[in-house]
Ligand binder design. Structure first.
Ligand SMILES: CC(C)(COP(=O)(O)OP(=O)(O)OC[C@H]1O[C@@H](n2cnc3c(N)ncnc32)[C@H](O)[C@@H]1OP(=O)(O)O)[C@@H](O)C(=O)NCCC(=O)NCCS
Length: 286
């Protein structure tokens, strides 16, 4: 109960949360944090109100569906945090610890690196704007009959999307991806939307999977281009023509997540499609 009081105070004072990508989302993110605390879900806390680390052990690693400890909050000077990170080891019970850093938090990232963390994933964002796109390609909605082609294409390129240092997990990653794709609902009432890029002959060249929320934000969940068409501007076409289509439907904000090992995708997102890095996830393996 005592922990709950000062964690609640901490949430009420915070001006930023890692999941809050726009200032206008702060109030909603704060409410979600408070309702998490009120729900009785358990956080593990190291330290106390003057300096603490708190993490959520109900979190799941999205690529491999394995349990992780996801940092929920931190407070205190960086030198206290160094000690707290050491103390956290006993309570982590063998789980990897995953923490967020905004791109401007260089001292925090240096500390993480010195404590054995490595960059896991980039978050990129942008405000949507009308885009001109290559007329050589066509964008069409995905249909149920695309599911087999989509799954085969996603599996053929997924080795490039693995998180860093997870090469040995490729089998598990592929199984988890296939399960997700086979049951994914991208019908008209789903929050997911599948878009396919075709050439003029009707050949499918790549796909873009979006998750659209009620707050005018669309997230790129996955993108894949047939390897024989890499470097021909298909990914650029998919992302930018989807942006036009989303603007027409009233969307304003575009977000994406990219494995820190996936330099090609990061380049396409930031140098070609106009996204900016917003924050990173860092991970320390047990
Ligand atoms: C990432 C991916 C979608 C890009 O698709 P693509 O159709 O080849 O991308 P585009 O042709 O639109 O853009 C590629 C451009 O990036 C350039 N490029 C790629 N990697 C680069 C790098 N590391 N440094 C510099 N330039 C790079 C290419 O030369 C090309 O540039 P240009 O158009 O200026 O000549 C594709 O490689 C893919 O399917 N990868 C596997 C799945 C994946 O990684 N998905 C992303 C999940 S977040």
């Amino acid at each position: 109960m005592k922990d709950l009081d000062w964690l609640t105070q901490w949430v009420n004072k915070q001006e930023k949360f890692p999941e809050c990508l726009r200032p206008q989302d702060l109030k909603r993110c704060r409410e979600q944090r408070l309702s998490f605390l009120r729900s009785g879900q358990k956080l593990t806390v190291v330290g106390q109100e003057t300096s603490f680390l708190a993490w959520d052990t109900s979190a799941i690693e999205q690529d491999t569906q394995t349990p992780i400890a996801l940092l929920w909050g931190r407070h205190g000077a960086l030198n206290c945090l160094e000690q707290l990170l050491c103390d956290s080891d006993q309570k982590l019970a063998g789980r990897p610890l995953v923490v967020s850093a905004f791109v401007h938090q260089t001292a925090w990232m240096e500390l993480l690196q010195s404590q054995g963390f490595y960059a896991l994933r980039h978050f990129v964002t942008k405000d949507m704007r009308p885009q001109s796109v290559d007329p050589a390609y066509l964008l069409r909605p995905g249909k149920e009959s695309d599911r087999a082609t989509l799954s085969a294409l996603a599996l053929s390129v997924c080795v490039h999307t693995l998180p860093p240092h997870q090469e040995s997990e490729l089998g598990r990653y592929r199984r988890s991806l296939l399960q997700t794709l086979l049951k994914l609902d991208y019908g008209p009432k789903s929050e997911y939307e599948l878009l396919i890029a075709e050439d003029k002959q009707g050949e499918s060249l790549g796909y873009l999977l979006l998750r659209c929320d009620a707050h005018k934000t669309a997230a790129v969940v996955d993108i894949g281009v047939d390897k024989s068409h890499w470097g021909e501007g298909v990914a650029q076409f998919l992302v930018l023509s989807a942006e036009n289509h989303l603007i027409e439907r009233g969307f304003e904000f575009y977000v994406g997540e990219i494995s820190a090992a996936n330099r090609r995708s990061f380049y396409v997102a930031t140098e070609i499609c106009g996204f900016s890095p917003n924050r990173q996830l860092w991970r320390r393996d047990p």
